[in-house]
Design a protein around this ligand. Sequence first.
Ligand SMILES: Cc1cc2nc3c(=O)[nH]c(=O)nc-3n(C[C@H](O)[C@H](O)[C@H](O)COP(=O)(O)OP(=O)(O)OC[C@H]3O[C@@H](n4cnc5c(N)ncnc54)[C@H](O)[C@@H]3O)c2cc1C
Length: 441
Amino acid sequence: MKKLLIVGGGHATAALLNQLHKQTSNGCSDWQVTVISAESTEAVNRPLLSKDYLSHKVGDDQLPLIASEVRQAMTSTLGLQWLTDCRVISVDRQRHQLQLYNGRQLEWDTLVLATGVRLRQLSLPGGDQPVSEMKGVFYLKTASQSQALRQALQHARQLTVIGGGFIGLEVAATARQQGVAVCVLESGERLLRRVVAAPVSHWFQQMHIEQGVELRLHSSLQHLLADDHGNVRAIQLASGDVLATDLVVVGIGVEPETGLAQSAGLACDNGILVNEQCQTSDPDIFAAGDGANRRHPLYQQRLRLESVENATHQGQLIAAMLTQSPLPPAAVPWFWSTQYDARLQIAGLSQGYDQLITRQAEGKPGISWLYLRQGRLLACDAVNRPADFLQAKKLISSGQSLDPLQAANAAIPLGQCVAPVDPNDPNAGNSCTLATAAVAS
Ligand SMILES: Cc1cc2nc3c(=O)[nH]c(=O)nc-3n(C[C@H](O)[C@H](O)[C@H](O)COP(=O)(O)OP(=O)(O)OC[C@H]3O[C@@H](n4cnc5c(N)ncnc54)[C@H](O)[C@@H]3O)c2cc1C
């Protein structure tokens, strides 16, 4: 029996275990698995934490990523032990040993680092007391953080969200729907600027404003101010404005969690560097998920992606490597976000686009934006147009060119907007060449 140790208990780990369990045909695998996770729960569905769980639409029973009967079966098929509230503090590659914070040591034959990302912390002088000690200041990543925030929202009158990215906007939407006054502070000139084009940002800005959110762009924070009991009460901006608040949610981005890998001497650069098979510079150590920077076969270059799809794919890929099964095929990256009743689905990567096409049928809800480069579809942001999202995924992976006039007509299904192949184009139908050019530029 070989020992598999997995550090981190999130989406990549759940996908790895589910796949390993599925591939255990005779009820007993070659692997004895231990998961070591710093969190207090086993793997949870994180997207729910800023959406349906936060708004009480789903309860605690819907959070686990591994169904309870499967989890039970894993105890016998994989000998699974899941250590929660347990942090790994060092990796000794020579001895194939991990050291836990409590001094315990564990040995491995194969090690997986699925350590994800850590939340960027707000570093501001907190008036009379440090921000980290103030009550009413929240971050959102774990089930317990979401649970605490949803309780606080029930009594809040004024929420300030720091950061206009997906997490911040999802929390803003949930709070507005519960009747809380919301102000979003964004340091840049537009929302979601890291991920979407300006017209998409503006569409989301407009939606939040219509829902009653106060949006302050170009906002620079100076202090958080607390009352005598340590409860946050106001935010002072560099402009001199003071905003009253009784709840603050900080969503200012993340950093790959590479500390362990770096101290173990594994190659890291914006994440833990892995090859197409998720192997690190040490062939006995794999890395997966938000914290891994992988050579992506479709894009022929390194990418570190922060999405459930990416973590799931890489978890499944490692399971296939461990069981010497066929690897899952390369997939177009995708992502989603829900705010109010707008469901955004993003297919592909939009970097390097030279044309943006909007698809919106008059008088009908739903809108999509298509990102093209030299006529070929790179990415699609679809709001309440799931057919566009699904067809875009296919068009992107097959490297198709679009007829821009047809594509702009939302009444024509996207899959029917393909341009005739140019016989002089050496790259026609070659998705890899297309995508590499896009990401590299
Ligand atoms: C609130 C929220 C909403 C989201 N919504 C969406 C969405 O709608 N769509 C989407 O595609 N993505 C969404 N994401 C992103 C998605 O959840 C991540 O891409 C995904 O969880 C990455 O999986 P992972 O396994 O790499 O990391 P994680 O799921 O983050 O797991 C990493 C784990 O490693 C643990 N860890 C780190 N260091 C150590 C250590 N030294 N010892 C022990 N344990 C350690 C951490 O505690 C954590 O449990 C959301 C994320 C959050 C936080």
